[in-house]
Design a protein around this ligand. Structure first.
Ligand SMILES: *Cc1c(COP(=O)(O)O)cnc(C)c1O
Length: 456
C-alpha cells in the first residue's frame, strides 16, 4: 500500500477560531508604555493608529476568538494548507526521525502573511476605513496586504524602502497587480520624508523611516486612514494560529503528534502560528512538546539579546514594549533572509522564552542555505531564505535522532517559497555569501543604549 504523503482538511473541517495563548499564560506579557506619558498605552491611543477591533484583540484575554465568516471564506482561496510528510528528506538524511512540514508557501502571496493581512483588511473595512498605510522592506508584507485590501475596496499606500523599490521590482509589481499604490520611501508626501530628503536628496531610505511615513499619514487622517503591521503585535500572532490549529488536526489525521515544533523567527508571527496551538497542550494537558524558534546568528535577539523595554521601530516612534532585543539601533548584517533582520521579538514570545516555555537557537547563514538546497533537492520546493532557518533546525534535530538511535517526530513551518528570492540563491551559488561573527562588544553597544529608556 502506498503511504500518505499529504494531509489536507476539507472546507467543512477547517478551524473557525483563532487561539489566544494569553488566556493560558500564568505570567502575562508586560504592558506597552507610551514614550510620551510614560504610562501604559491606552486603547484610545492605539485606536488612533489601528482599527478598533484589532485593538480589542490586541488586549483580549479570551482563549478563542471567532474567525468572521467573510475571513473564513477568503482563507478558503488557499487554505487549508498541506501538512506534508517529508519522506524524501528523511531518506536523504537516513534518519529514524519522522519529519513533517506545514506548507504556508501555497498562499497567493507566497508566504504565511496573508493569514493576518485578510483579517486586518476586513476589520478596517467593517469600521468604514477607506485607506490603509503600511511599510515594507523586501516586500513580503506589502504584497500580502495588497492582496488582502483589494477584496474590501480599500486604497492601500505602501511605503517601500527606496533601495528595495529599485532592487526588488517583482514584489513591487505584485503589489501593483493587486491594486496598491507603492511609494519609494523617503517620499515628498510626508513631513518625515521631506525632512530626510532635505538632509540628503539621495537618501536610500530605511525601514524605520518608511514606518514614520506610514504612521504619519494615518495619524493625520484618523477618521479615514489606519496603519497596519505584519508581525510582532499580539493580534498578528493571534491570526497566524490558524496554521497550528490546522496542523493539530492534520497531525491527528496522520496518527502522529510532534515531539518538536520548529519555526523561523523574525518578529514571531509564523513561529507563534505553528507553535502556540501545540504549546497549549503543554500548558493545559501537561505534554512536553519542544517548541523551538530559529533566528539568524547575525541577528540573535532571542539567544544573545536582553529582556528590556525597547521601541518596536528604529526611529523610536512606537510604544515601548517589554521584549528580548538587541537594541533598536542594532544594525544586522546584510543577510538575505530580510524578514529575520529585526532587532526585537514580540512581547508574548519574549515572556514565553523568559519563562522557559519555548526554546531558541541561532543558525549561521551558510548552514541555512545548504539546508534549503537539500530541501529543494528532496521535497522539490525552493524555500524562502527565512524558511531555510526552520529547515536547518529540523535537519539538526533529525541528525541528532540518528546519532542517538531514537525516533522522534519533527514538525516545522515552511513560512514561504523563494521564487522571488532567486537573487539570494544566485549569490549563494557564486560563493558570495558568508557567515557573520558578531562580537559581544558589538551587541553591548546597542544594548547599553537601552539603559536610557524605562527599566522593567
Ligand atoms: C516575514 C517573513 C518571515 C518573518 O516574520 P515572522 O513574523 O517572524 O514570521 C518569515 N518567513 C517569511 C517567508 C516571511 O515572509
Amino acid at each position: 500500500m502506498s503511504k500518505t504523503k499529504k494531509f489536507l482538511l476539507t472546507e467543512k473541517q477547517m478551524p473557525t477560531q483563532w487561539y489566544n495563548i494569553i488566556a493560558d499564560m500564568k505570567n502575562k506579557p508586560g504592558v506597552s508604555i507610551s514614550p510620551r506619558t510614560k504610562k501604559p498605552v491606552t486603547k484610545d491611543e492605539m485606536c488612533m493608529l489601528f482599527a478598533e477591533e484589532l485593538v480589542n484583540q490586541e488586549m483580549s484575554t479570551e482563549r478563542y476568538i471567532d474567525i468572521p465568516d467573510q475571513v473564513q471564506d477568503l482563507y478558503k482561496i488557499w487554505r487549508s494548507t498541506p501538512l506534508v510528510r517529508a519522506y524524501e528528506l528523511e531518506k536523504a538524511l537516513d534518519t529514524p526521525a519522522k519529519i513533517y512540514f506545514k506548507n504556508e508557501s501555497t498562499s497567493p502571496a507566497g508566504s504565511h502573511k496573508p493569514n493576518t493581512a485578510i483579517p486586518q483588511a476586513y476589520y478596517n473595512y467593517k469600521q468604514g476605513i477607506k485607506c490603509i498605510t503600511t511599510e515594507t522592506g523586501g516586500g513580503q508584507w506589502g504584497s500580502a496586504i495588497s492582496f488582502a485590501s483589494q477584496f474590501f475596496d480599500i486604497d492601500l499606500k505602501v511605503f517601500m524602502v527606496k533601495v528595495s523599490y529599485f532592487q526588488k521590482p517583482y514584489r513591487k509589481l505584485m503589489m501593483n497587480a493587486w491594486g496598491a499604490d507603492v511609494v519609494p520611501s523617503p517620499s515628498t508626501m510626508t513631513e518625515a520624508g521631506r525632512h530626510a530628503l532635505a538632509k540628503d536628496p539621495n537618501c536610500s531610505g530605511s525601514l524605520g523611516l518608511a514606518i514614520s511615513e506610514a504612521v504619519e499619514l494615518a495619524v493625520r487622517n484618523p477618521e479615514t486612514t489606519k496603519y497596519t503591521l505584519g508581525s510582532v503585535l499580539n493580534h498578528v500572532l493571534l491570526h497566524q494560529t490558524i496554521i497550528g490549529e490546522e496542523a493539530l488536526m492534520q497531525m491527528e489525521m496522520a496518527g502522529d503528534m510532534p515531539d518538536v515544533v520548529i519555526g523561523c523567527f523574525g518578529g514571531g508571527s509564523n513561529f507563534a502560528g505553528i507553535g502556540f496551538p501545540f504549546l497549549k497542550k503543554n500548558l493545559t494537558e501537561g505534554t512536553n512538546i519542544r517548541v523551538i524558534a530559529v533566528e539568524p546568528s547575525s541577528c540573535p535577539k532571542l539567544t544573545r539579546g536582553v529582556f528590556h523595554y525597547d521601541y518596536g521601530d528604529t526611529e523610536g516612534l512606537t510604544p515601548l514594549m517589554p521584549m528580548y532585543t538587541l537594541g533598536h539601533n542594532f544594525q544586522p548584517a546584510d543577510i538575505h533572509a530580510g524578514g529575520l533582520r529585526y532587532h526585537g521579538a514580540g512581547p508574548i514570545v519574549s515572556q514565553l522564552l523568559k519563562d522557559g516555555l519555548i526554546e531558541a537557537q541561532a543558525i549561521p547563514q551558510l548552514e541555512t542555505f545548504a539546508a534549503g538546497m537539500v530541501f529543494a533537492k528532496t521535497e522539490g520546493i525552493i524555500p524562502a531564505p527565512e524558511s531555510t532557518h526552520a529547515i536547518a533546525m529540523a535537519i539538526r534535530e533529525a541528525k541528532k535522532a540518528k546519532e542517538e538511535g531514537k525516533s522522534k517526530t519533527i514538525l516545522f513551518n515552511l513560512s514561504g517559497h523563494g521564487m522571488i528570492d532567486m537573487y539570494a540563491y544566485e549569490q549563494y551559488f557564486a560563493g558570495n555569501l558568508q557567515n557573520y561573527d558578531l562580537s559581544d562588544e558589538t551587541i553591548r553597544q546597542t544594548v547599553d543604549e537601552l539603559k536610557t529608556l524605562i527599566d522593567l
